[in-house]
Design a protein around this ligand. Structure first.
Ligand code: S3P
Length: 443
């Protein structure tokens, strides 16, 4: 992505209502499951970030007709007409996952059990990210998957799909919904029961969405006390329309903005409040943030939503345990910003997975917030922040990482002077309307 700059000036007030991008995790899965289901699926309010577009492009390359039309608040409504899992097309060219780890890892699981040969590739950031975490379990299920790079565990991934895989019991070595999902999706093509165990619970959208599509997915507890999820294969995915809730990971930036700004009241409409995505709300509340959750009806396919109202708050430090860090993994950069305004020392434990995201997010957040005047340091896999500190605007680098760019833009709203974000275009990975939303609610 070409490096672009954006400037953010401090805001006198933050006021208004926002409808957020459709949840990225759910948008990806809705498109992928529409491909597997066959027939027609309607998806309303999908996020229109570059990552979800990458997934839609691959669904098309595999033989589905995908039409898009404008949805609510800059989101997209998709209609997918698919020939179904067993009739997907041999792709003519390599499949481009762009910047999206979810696209690459979940499609690796899907393609491992389908009768096509495919190559999954991505941008420089994605080519640098670890893929051994999906290659290893998929091979153990009998998949023919090869990675690249000196360790053979990077993209591009070459997959010669098989129509039958072997079921297995797999304990994920790191907390990762992407790894869990890749194995479960491969389990659709396996003979017998595939079980995934995780010692730290991760987001459960794949499980919920498969269940809603008539696949039997059981929750269990393994002898070791880990959460376990089981799927019986081979299984067929049904076609179910999906209304995509607002993305709680996008909401997190506004929850932090509202809490740390002295004159703020923001209402975020229709946000997903799935319990496995709720940790950021719980953690900010523990810090003293005023966040009200006003219930709205369930979307009907198992993903709860609510309106969130956040008001200016006085924050105190907290200690975040590894399981909470994993549950709020995408929101940790925003949480670090909140901690710079909290009284006392905030300790975020077990954040090592952040080093394997679109950039090394521990290095990037420490560098950027330090430049803005925060007292923040990495201590191994932990992050330590002493607050409160006044932030002063300067130039900061997002390393083309959307979640860092978004965090620094929010910091600019409370910093003195101007904040310039390098690589600000990266916000379009998950939140293309961010700067327009910022202008709408600031004065
Ligand atoms: C995601 C899982 C998480 C998260 C990513 C989306 C998903 O990644 O960081 O933004 O949709 O399953 P990991 O599973 O690699 O932690």
């Amino acid at each position: 992505m070409a490096s672009s700059e954006a400037g953010v000036e401090p805001a006198a007030r933050l006021r208004g209502d926002l409808v957020l991008p459709g949840d990225k995790s759910i948008s990806h899965r809705a498109l992928m499951l529409a491909l597997l289901a066959g027939g027609e699926t309607r998806i309303a309010g999908a996020g229109d970030g570059a990552d979800v577009r990458s997934t839609a492009g691959i669904v098309r390359a595999l033989g589905a007709a995908v039409t898009r039309s404008p949805g609510r608040a800059g989101n997209v409504d998709y209609v997918v007409n698919s020939p179904g899992a067993t009739a997907i097309h041999q792709p003519a060219t390599g499949l481009d996952c762009g910047n999206s780890g979810t696209t690459m890892r979940l499609f690796a699981g899907i393609l491992a059990g389908l009768p096509v040969e495919a190559t999954l590739d991505g941008d420089a950031s994605l080519r640098g990210r670890p893929m051994g975490r999906v290659i290893d379990p998929l091979r153990a299920m009998g998949a023919d998957v090869d990675g690249s790079g000196s360790d053979g565990a990077r993209a591009p991934l070459r997959i010669a799909g098989r129509s039958r895989l072997s079921a297995m019991v797999y304990a994920t070595p790191m907390p990762s919904a992407q790894v869990k999902s890749a194995v479960l999706l491969a389990g659709l093509a396996a003979e017998g029961t595939t079980q995934v165990r995780e010692s730290i619970r991760t987001r459960d959208h794949t499980e919920r969405m498969l269940r809603a599509r008539a696949v039997t997915v059981r929750s269990a507890r393994s002898e070791a006390g880990a959460n376990a999820v089981e799927i019986d294969g081979p299984a067929t995915v049904g076609a179910v329309d999906q209304d995509v809730p607002g993305d709680p990971s996008a909401a997190a930036f506004w929850l932090v903005a509202g809490a740390i700004h002295a004159q703020a009241e923001l209402r975020l409409r229709g946000v997903g409040v799935n319990p496995t995505r709720h940790a950021i709300i719980d953690l900010l509340r523990q810090m003293g943030a005023s966040i009200d959750e006003e219930g709205a009806p369930d979307d009907g396919v198992g993903e709860p939503i609510a309106d969130l109202v956040v008001r200016s708050s006085s924050l105190r430090s907290i200690e975040v345990q590894p399981a909470e860090t994993a549950a709020a993994i995408d929101e940790i950069p925003a949480l670090c910003l909140a901690a710079t305004q909290a009284q006392g020392r905030t300790l975020i434990r077990g954040a090592g997975e952040l080093r394997h995201k679109e950039s090394d997010r521990i290095a990037g957040i420490v560098e950027g917030l330090s430049r803005l005047g925060a007292r923040i340091a990495a201590d191994g896999d932990d992050i330590v922040i002493d607050g409160p500190t006044a932030l002063r605007g300067t130039s900061v680098d997002s390393f083309d990482d959307h979640r860092l760019a978004l965090t620094f833009a929010i910091a600019g709203l409370i910093a003195t002077g101007s904040t310039t974000i390098r690589g600000a275009d990266s916000v379009a990975i998950s939140y293309p309307t961010f700067f327009a939303d910022l202008e709408r609610i600031r004065s």
